[in-house]
Structures are given as C-alpha cells and as structure tokens.
Design a protein around this ligand. Structure first.
Ligand code: C2E
Ligand code: CA
Ligand code: CA
Length: 638
C-alpha cells in the first residue's frame, strides 16, 4: 500500500466515524418520523399505511439500537456486516418516509395530515444530506429515496399547485447534492490536514527516540518501547534484557578516530539487529552500550540468545581493510524472575554487566540475588571508607620481600590496613575495589604513597619500598606529579620507590599509562608487574615497559592448582627474568618446602608468611635492625 493510500484510508475511516458520532440526531429524526407516520395512520385508518408505519417503526428501532452498538474503529467482519445493515436500514427508512408522504397526497388525506408527513419528508431529506455528508453516496441515496416518491406523485396530480410543489421539491435535489459534496470536501480536507500534522508530530517523536549514529532506538526510545512491551505482556511471558558494553571500543575510538568509531557502532547495531529475534527492541544506550530486549520462552532460551549475541560481536570487524577486535561484556536479567518492574530488571542487568566486566570482560553474566547484596555492601563500604579517611582509621603495614639467596630483606611492600571501630579489620580485597569504583582510591592512594615513602626514608638506603597502584589512580590527571611530590616531601630517593601495577592497567587506556610510566621511570622510579600469571600474562607488556621485577602470583605457589605445570611456568618465568635481568618474586610463600621449590626454580626473591606477615612500621624497622645486628655479629665472629 502506498503512503497516500494509507492516508486516504485513515481519512475515510474518520469520515465514516462522523456518521456514528451523533446518535442523538438519529434518534430524534427517527422519533419524529415514526410519530408523523403514526399520526397519518391514525387519521387515514388505511391498512396499507398501517403496515408501512409498523415497518418504519421496526426499522427505526433497529437502527437506533444498532447505531449505539457500532464501533467504527473495528475492522473485523462483524463490524462490516453491522455497517451494511445500517446502510440498508438508512435506505429503507428514507424510502418509507418518502412513500408515506407521497401516499398522503395521492390518497388526498386531510391537508393537515398531508402537511405533517410532507414537511417531515422534506426536512428529513434536507437534514440527512448534511448529516451524512461524510459518506456522500449514502446521503444522496437517502435524499433521492425520500423525495422522489413525493415529486412523482405531485407531478402526476396534474394541477398547478402540485406542479409547483413537484418543481420546487425537485430543485431541492441538485441544491442538496451540491451542499452534501461541499460539506464532504470541507470535512475531508480538515481531516487530512489534521492527519498531516499528526504525521509530522509522529515523525518528530520518532526522531527524538532514534540514535543518529546507528538508527537504533536511543534511551528515550527504549523506555517507550519497554513500557509498551510491558503493557502487552501476559502472566506467563518472560522478558529478557541483555545489556552490552563493548570491551575495546574506547581504544579504537581514541587511536583510529571518531569516524571509524561511528562505523564500528553502526556495524555493532547491524549485527545485533540481525541476531535479535523479530519484535526485539535493540537500542543504543549511549556511548558504547547497547541493550537488546525481547520475549523469551525460558531461561535456557535467553542463555542461547546471549551466547549468539556475544559471538556476533566477538567476530572481528573489518573496517577500511583493518581487522578490529572489539569484543563485548554482557549482563542479562529476566522479568519477572529477576525483578518485577522495568527499573528492577534494568538494575539487575546493569549489575550483571558490572560483574562480567570485573571478572575479565568478554563474557556473559546472568543476574543473581547475591549481586544486589554485594551492591548494598559496596555502598555501605563506600560511605564508611570516606569517613575512615577522615577519622584516621587506616594505617599501612609492611611485608618484607626477601632475597632467596641471602635471606636478607630487600624491600617492604606497603599494604593498607583498615581497623573499623565496630567491625574490626576490613580486608583490602573487599574495600580496594570499592575505592576504585568510587574514585576514593585517588585520595587513599596518595595518602598511602606519602606514608610509605616517609617510613622508607627512615630505613637503610639499600632497602626499597613497594607501593601498589591501582589503574584508576594512574589514570587520574596529575598522577605522576602526585607520586613525585610524595617522594620529594619524604626526601626519599626515587630509585628506592617501586610501583606495583597489574596487567589490567594495560587493558583500556594506553597513551596516558605509557606517559605515566615513562615519566616516572625517567626520574628513577622502578616498576614491578604484580600478580603475574592471573591475567593475560602477555610478554608484550614486559617488552614494552621497563619492569625491574615480576611478581608471580601466589596461586602458582600454593593452592589447588599447584603441580608440575605451575612449577614449569615458574621455571619459564624465572628463566625469562634472568635473561632480561629482572628480579622474579614468588608470592605467598608459607612453608620452607615452597621456599625451596621456588628457589630451585630460579626465583630470586620471595614474599610470604614464611618470612613475615605485614607488620606495622615500628616492627618493620625492628626487623631491619635485628637483621643488621645479626650481620654485624656474624662479621665480628668471622
Ligand atoms: P597483593 O598486591 O598481591 O598483595 C599481597 C597480598 O597477599 C596481601 O594481602 C598479603 O597480605 C597477602 N599475603 C602475603 N603473604 C602471604 C602468604 O604467605 N599467604 C597468603 N595467603 N597471603 C599472603 P592484602 O594485604 O590482603 O592485600 C590484598 C590485595 O589488596 C593486594 O594484593 C593488593 O592488590 C590490594 N592492596 C593492598 N594494599 C593496597 C594498597 O595500598 N593500594 C592498592 N592499590 N592496593 C592494595
Ligand atoms: Ca602487590
Ligand atoms: Ca601480588
């Protein structure tokens, strides 16, 4: 169907509607007609007229009854049949009115009786031509059926008076036809104009709900579609919400420019649309986040679809001959399983997405209730952490890193400790991630570096201090300067500061990180790669950045996965370290056996409870003094 046809169709629909919108005028007209006919029957006592009047009454009653039941918007067959009956009724009513009026003249009834019926017939014909102008053919049909019997009978009477009557009534026909068409045109035009402005408004609204880059729905469009979906959802239906966040979009956008970024987004949109089932909502939720929402029959079906969505985005993108690997993380929540309203399900999907990202990206995470509990806990920790910073509840402990050949302490790693007045000791593994998410880590990290540098300044010059840096802290503006200030303030030689970073740092942003490392390395600050073996363990980073040290994660030393394989890995890393003149630290050494294993494997340094737990600054200083005293007594004995 062409757009014009669609418009005409809607206009026609509205015109038809106009017929049914005034049941009162129909009822009054019918009442007057029936009343007049009964008056005629009463005064004429003619059995034929009685029959016609009874029939007219029956039709009138039926019409009024059907008119009140007609719903013009209905498109089904019943509605169409009802309409047909309505038309048949209209024509037969008009004809009977005309016929009875004509009969009063041809039977030469009392002039008063003639006057009642004839005036009704003419009034009816004139009124109906205007009233039903929305459908001119019906109006004109009724006009002719009501007036033609009268005109014919008057003409047949043969006298002048009836002749005049025949002519004037006849002239009413073209006049009323023209009025009918006039009214029809005015009606049609005003309805069409209203339709056009409605269409404009629809178009504007659609634009406001569309994302320009991808042509998908935007946030507003998504909201609208979701509300509509929820309204039509049955009790047994399930709605699945897939929330995607592209893993490496920022990188592409920063290095290859926005036009390429836009093309990636469009291609992502195209792929999502292709994979999403018919009727699914696919929206871009700003930036590099997308949402797919659709009905699913079961949780299993949503898992299957999630996998397909992930796969389609994981396939590399070819843009301008370049092959780009974008990848995505995804959070999934179901309604009603994971939440009873839209907000709850959105929040569920968002939380699951967060989990997918934290667990290493490029994966799907389904909502479960523990995520909400974690969220509450995180919010609580955030508030308390801010307060703790003000109230000095935090302190720094120091854990020695020991030379495996000589047994001497070479470094202390600064580890933050939080003693909560009511809850006791809080684990860094729990509050550091919260501090990272909320940005509190920036203040906290500066404080830690300053304190650690101050403590180290009091130690012998060959002992260094290692400080853990979180990626968030490094990405903050002025991060390098903050660290240089901290060591300057503590009067610590930059070469005595070691910064421990993890591979997750290299995942997102590159230029800033590179500049940070280069700037500090130029000042003499050293870098250590922490938790090696748990992440991507890419040799690329080791090659690119000036690491002096690699810390092999403690899962290679103790725990369920330790065995021949982990041993071989430690050996390989140690070999790499000796070739590149880097220290290799084994973390988490708790027993002498573990110490022997990693030493034999070639690790140069060790850290763990076997040597010492993290201790407060005065104990760290004591450890160093004892060590030096022991040295001295050995030397004196020797
Ligand atoms: P990490 O950098 O790998 O720190 C070593 C963690 O292993 C410390 O836990 C330490 O207490 C623990 N550890 C040391 N020896 C052993 C051992 O023999 N056996 C076992 N089972 N564990 C051992 P902690 O202090 O709970 O810190 C956990 C993580 O929290 C750290 O892992 C680090 O990622 C983060 N963190 C701690 N302090 C800071 C800080 O000041 N700044 C930042 N950004 N992160 C910190
Ligand atoms: Ca560390
Ligand atoms: Ca570590």
């Amino acid at each position: 169907m062409k757009a014009g046809d669609a418009l005409d169709g809607r206009v026609r629909g509205k015109l038809v509607t106009s017929l049914y919108t005034q049941p009162a005028s129909l009822a009054i007209g019918a009442f007057c007609g029936v009343g007049s006919a009964w008056a005629v029957t009463y005064y004429s006592a003619n059995p034929y007229l009685l029959g016609a009047t009874v029939l007219l009454t029956a039709i009138a009653v039926l019409r009024v009854a059907t008119a009140t039941r007609l719903e013009p918007d209905r498109e089904d067959r019943d509605a169409k049949r009802l309409e047909l009956w309505y038309e048949a009724g209209a024509f037969s009513f008009a004809f009977l009115v005309g016929a009875i009026a004509a009969a009063t003249i041809s039977l030469d009834l009392d002039p008063g009786v003639q006057l009642i019926m004839v005036s009704y017939a003419i009034a009816y014909a004139a009124a109906i031509a205007a009233r039903n102008a929305g459908r001119p053919m019906i109006a004109i049909g009724q006009l002719f059926l009501a007036l033609l019997p009268l005109i014919i009978v008057c003409a047949l009477e043969g006298d002048v008076v009836h002749g005049i009557m025949a002519v004037t009534t006849f002239l009413l026909l073209p006049a009323m036809v023209s009025i009918t068409f006039n009214v029809f045109d005015v009606l049609r035009e005003s309805i069409a104009a209203a339709e056009t402005s409605q269409k404009m408004a629809d178009k504007m609204r659609d634009l406001a709900r569309t994302d320009v880059v991808t042509g998908l729905s935007n946030r507003a469009g998504l909201n609208h579609e979701m509300v509509e979906k929820l309204m039509t959802m049955g009790d047994k239906d399930k709605l699945a919400l897939f929330w995607l966040d592209l893993d490496k979009f920022k990188e592409v956008n920063d290095t290859l420019g926005h036009p390429v970024g836009d093309r990636v987004l469009s291609e992502v949109a195209r792929r999502l649309r292709e994979v999403a089932p018919d009727g699914a909502t696919v929206a871009r939720f700003g930036g590099d986040e997308f949402i797919v929402a659709c009905d699913v029959v079961s949780r299993a079906a949503s898992e299957e679809l999630a996998t397909r969505l992930l796969e389609t985005i994981s396939t590399p993108f070819r843009i301008d001959g370049e092959l780009l690997d974008i990848g995505t993380s995804m959070g999934v929540a179901l309604l009603p399983d994971d939440g009873s309203d839209l907000d709850a399900v959105m929040q569920g999907a968002d939380l699951s997405l967060y989990h997918a990202k934290v667990n290493g990206r490029n994966q799907i995470s389904f909502f479960d209730a523990s995520m909400t509990r974690n969220l509450m806990r995180r919010k609580e920790i955030e508030a308390e952490l801010r307060a703790a910073l003000q109230r000095d509840e935090l302190s720094i402990f120091f854990q020695p890193i020991v030379d495996l050949e000589t047994g001497r302490i070479r470094t202390f790693e600064a580890l933050v400790r939080w003693f909560h007045p009511e809850k006791g000791e809080m684990k860094p593994d729990e509050f550091i991630p919260v501090a990272e998410e909320t940005g509190v880590i920036i203040t906290l990290g500066n404080w830690i570096t300053t304190q650690a540098a101050k403590a180290a300044a009091c130690w012998p010059e060959d002992v260094t201090i290692a400080v853990n840096l979180s990626p968030v802290q490094i990405r903050a503006p002025g991060s390098a300067l903050g660290i240089l200030n901290a060591i300057k303030e503590a009067k610590l030689d930059p070469s005595r500061l070691e910064l421990e970073v993890t591979e997750s740092l290299f995942l997102d942003d590159n230029r800033h990180t590179t500049r940070f490392i280069e700037q500090l390395a130029a000042e003499g600050v050293r870098f250590a790669l922490d938790d090696f073996g748990t992440g991507y363990s890419s040799l690329g980073y080791i090659n690119k950045f000036p690491f002096k040290k690699i810390k092999v994660d403690r899962s290679f030393v103790s725990g369920p996965n330790v065995g021949r394989k982990s041993d071989a890995i430690i050996r390989a890393v140690a070999e790499l370290g000796s070739q590149l003149e880097m220290d290799i630290v084994a973390e988490g050494l708790e027993t002498i056996e573990q110490v022997n294993v990693v030493r034999d494997a070639g690790c140069t340094l060790g850290q763990g409870y076997y040597f010492s737990r993290a201790v407060p600054d005065y104990l760290a200083a004591t450890l160093l003094t004892q060590e030096r005293q022991k040295d001295r007594s050995i030397r004196m004995a020797g």
